[in-house]
Design a protein around this ligand. Sequence first.
Ligand code: HEC
Length: 264
Amino acid sequence: MKKSCFWILFVYLFCFLEPLSAGESKYLIWENGSDSSKNKAFRLEELEAKGKQIIRSSYFDKGMGLKETRLTVVPFSRMLEIFPPSNGMDSILMDGEDDYQAIISLDQGKKYNLYWATKIQVSAGEKKPDWMNPLALVVPNSSSPPDVERYLPANIKNLRYVRWEDYYKPITAVLKKYPKHGQLGFEAFGDDCLYCHSLKGIGGNKGGDLTKKFQFSSKSGQKGFVQAFGIKHYNNGQYSSVEEFVHEKKAQKIAEFLSIIKKN
Ligand code: HEC
């Protein structure tokens, strides 16, 4: 065979094989503070090899408006066995493909008996949203959802072991100066908004930093925020579930909390 033909064959084979390997995407896990050479890449098959099960989750189905989705899963703690965190790391931070960020403490993940979904198969005739892909965290029927796990983190690409306290430090350091204020709003924001609205450099960025969009220093500015929240997040198909957790009073608490953060 002439040399050039060899190369053409090689290139052809490479192009042909490329889409196949691209389908087996890799996921990254590392520890906060460690250098990037310590990042570990893994494939979902490696997780599954440690013992997969197929389950149903009515919490998942309800959230997604689906019925009887088949979820191939491995227990939350399996990840910790395969990639053991070092001492002091008490939480896992999840970066989604879709520009959101979620955190769960290792204790909650175990206590609520959560699972990592490695395959999501909807029933015949139903359609899975494009973004609903593994890796996803799911709540089995035998358990109830933890507070911070309301938005079904899916499409997770990166996992990072962190310390809970360190993660929230940019915010708690500010609140420390106002011991009587902002705590309730902070809790609500952490549970329900940080996932998509970044603040002080943490959280997801799907919905942007709200302190950059509203004037919180005046009562009318705060009112404008509460109204905008209602318009965006109540009765609006895609995000309708927020109303279940955050009523107007809570949104007002969030506004007070954001006003403290904004001026610091
Ligand atoms: C699942 C993601 C998600 C969650 C969770 C979420 N938001 Fe949003 N939010 C968005 C997106 C996306 C927008 C639209 C941003 C844009 O248009 O630039 C938005 C817009 C808003 C707006 C209107 C301002 C604007 O830019 O249009 C307010 C106010 C708001 N969100 C408040 C909240 C509060 C308060 C919470 C928590 C109780 C929350 N959001 C939770 C994704 C989210």
